[in-house]
Design a protein around this ligand. Sequence first.
Ligand SMILES: Nc1nc2c(ncn2[C@@H]2O[C@H](COP(=O)(O)OP(=O)(O)OP(=O)(O)O)[C@@H](O)[C@H]2O)c(=O)[nH]1
Ligand SMILES: [Mg+2]
Length: 379
Amino acid sequence: MSRKFRLGQSREAQDLDHREAYSRERSADSKRRQRQAERLRTDIEAHDADTLLRLPDPTPWLHLPEATLTQRYSQWVDLELADRSSLRATLGGKLKGVRLVCGDRVRYSATPIEPEDPSLPAPPPVRGDGGSPEAQVVAVMPRRSLLKRGGGDDREPWQLICANADELWVCAAVVDPPLRPGLVERAQILALDAGLACRVIVTKRDRASKQDTLPELDPLRDQGVAIHETSALKGQGLADLRALLAGRVVVLLGHSGVGKSTLVNALEPASALKTGGLTKFGTGKQTTTSARWLPLPGGGTLIDTPGIRTLSVRGFDRTLLAQVFPEFPAEVLEDPLAFDPEDDHILDALGLAYPERLRNLQRLWLEMEDRNPNQNVWR
Ligand SMILES: Nc1nc2c(ncn2[C@@H]2O[C@H](COP(=O)(O)OP(=O)(O)OP(=O)(O)O)[C@@H](O)[C@H]2O)c(=O)[nH]1
Ligand SMILES: [Mg+2]
C-alpha cells in the first residue's frame, strides 16, 4: 500500500505509520479469510445436516423383505428378520451419507444389487463373532420416531441414538455414579422432541437404606414424572417394568455404570449382555459400546445403549422447556435470564418450591440457543 510522505514527519513516525497500516491490512485480510472459511463451512454443514436426517425414497425397493436393524458396526449391520432370525449385512451405495441407526426398519437383498457404500472400508476377515455379511441393505423405511441429541462438537449436527422407539427410560443409579436429576431434565427434552414417553428408572436401590426417600428426585415427583425404583440385584421393581414393556419398544439411556445392561439381563436373562464394574472414581467403564435392539420373548423390545457423559440439547426447540418446567409462569419461560436466581425477592415472588430449578432452566435455555452451526434443521 503506498502512502504519501507527510511534511514534518520524522522517519521513525513514518515507519510506525507503515507498521500500523501493515497490521491493519493484515487484520482485514485475516477477517476476509475467516469470513470465506465460515461461508464454506456453512455450505458443507447445511448439506451434512440435511443428509443426516433425510432418508432416500424406499419406493423402488418395496418388493424386498423388511428387517429391523439391531446393531450397527462401522462396516456392516446386524438385522432381525421377520422370522426373528438374524442376518449380517453390508450397506448399499445408495445409503452413502445416510446415518442408519439401531431400530431402523430396512429393506435388504440376499444378493448384492448395488455397489457397496464406497466410503466404508472393506470388511476385515471374519473373527468368528457372528459370521461375514450375507445380505445387503438397500433402503431404509420412514421412521416412526428418531431419538437424537445435540452433536458433540461443531462438525457434528446431531448424534442419533435410536429409531422407532415408543418410550425412553432414563436410568439413574442411587450411587456409583451419583444420582444427577439434571440428566433427567435433558432426557425429557430429547424424549419430547422425538415424541416418546419418558420414565425415570432408579437403579441400585439396594445401595441406599429404605429410610432414604431420595429427596433429589422430589422436584421430578412433583412434576408428575413417572419414577420406578429398582434393584436388579434384589429383583425389586422388575415385575412392574416387565408389565410396562409389553408391546412397547423402550430405549434405556443413562451414565456409564448405572446398570442399564444389568437391568436388561435381569428383565431377560437370555440377553446375557456384558456388564462391567466401576473405576476407582465410581464411574462406569463404558462396557456397552453400541446400541442394541433386544426383542423380549415375553413381548416388547429393549434397546440397550452405551453410557453417556452428557446429553447436549444444543439446537432443540426452546418451547419444549414449558413441558419440562411446568411450574414456571409464562413470563419466566419466555425469558428466564431476566430473573436473577440469587435474588430472594424474585424467587419469593415466583413462589417456587424448588428455586434451584431456575438455574437449570437458564442453563438449558442458553444451551438450546447456542445453536451448532451444523444444525440447519429448525422446526
Ligand atoms: N448393587 C447393585 N449393583 C448393580 C445393580 N445393577 C448394576 N449393578 C452394578 O453396576 C455395575 C455396572 O453395571 P452395567 O450394567 O455394566 O452398567 P451400564 O449402565 O450398562 O454401563 P455401560 O455399559 O458402561 O453404559 C456392575 O458392576 C453391576 O454389577 C444393582 O441393582 N445393585
Ligand atoms: Mg452397558
